[in-house]
Design a protein around this ligand. Structure first.
Ligand SMILES: O=C(CO)[C@H](O)[C@H](O)COP(=O)(O)O
Ligand SMILES: [Co+2]
Length: 228
């Protein structure tokens, strides 16, 4: 099994979406390990962003970056094939709307060739993912209510991250929402190794420095056994 690695995936949610390609290229040039693409359907969350046609256009311009879609949608089954066809490598969906068919959705995502991410809203107990861990490649612990960028980080989600790291030492664990230089220490100590940061990177004068500092905080917690 590959050792855990620290990876930084900027969210383009609060970027200038009229310049999606340029903004994405800039993030990658500044050291982003992957792109976190927030897909919202206006039903699961009270906001709308973009869907697979936009992701496909971005993929046509950017051939080699790892794309994760964070599916904040009511019906995650519906978008598996379109997102796989659009060139997405990881399909991270919320379990809340599909609690009675999580295993089935996981199977279909894997059959489509994408990695599986299971996302948890702040109010969802972490134990809810336990029975699906073998079917998943990553668990995303939301540190804000999904729907909007620029919200305040919820430090009281860290026990969920700790619980996951204690029970699954090799699991990829992602945090998303209000993460940045001021909150990275809590995330890295708790055991997160995949870090989504939107506003903190997009609005930074020196994106490369922020990405580098976030990654080194997480990598150093991994190296020094500082997690948990
Ligand atoms: O999923 C999300 C919101 O639902 C975004 O990924 C997240 O909010 C990132 O933005 P920021 O770092 O500004 O909070
Ligand atoms: Co997100």
């Amino acid at each position: 099994m590959a050792p855990l690695s620290a990876r930084i995936g900027p969210s383009i949610l609060n970027a200038d979406l009229s310049q999606l390609h340029e903004e994405s290229e800039k993030l990658l040039a500044n050291g982003a390990d992957y792109l976190h693409l927030d897909v919202m359907d206006g039903t699961f969350v009270p906001n709308l962003t973009f869907g697979h046609p936009v992701v496909k256009c971005l993929r046509n311009k950017i051939k080699d970056a790892f794309f994760e879609t964070h599916m904040m949608v009511q019906n995650p089954q519906q978008w598996i094939e379109p997102m796989a066809d659009a060139g997405v490598q990881q399909y991270t969906f919320h379990i809340e709307p599909v609690l009675d068919s999580v295993a089935d959705v996981c199977r279909k995502v894997r059959e489509s060739g994408m990695k599986v991410g299971l996302a948890l809203k702040p109010g969802t107990a972490v134990e809810a993912v336990q029975q699906y861990i073998d079917s998943a490649d990553m668990v995303l612990v939301m540190t804000v209510e999904p729907g909007f960028g620029g919200q305040k980080f919820m430090g009281d989600m860290m026990p969920k991250v700790q619980w996951l790291r204690e029970h699954y030492p090799a699991l990829d664990i992602e945090v998303d929402g209000g993460v940045g230089p001021a909150t990275i220490e809590q995330c890295s100590k708790a055991g997160a190794n995949m870090i989504v940061a939107g506003t903190a990177i997009i609005r930074a004068d020196d994106q490369a420095a922020v990405i580098r500092d976030l990654r080194s905080a997480v990598q150093s917690a991994i190296n020094h056994g500082g997690q948990c």
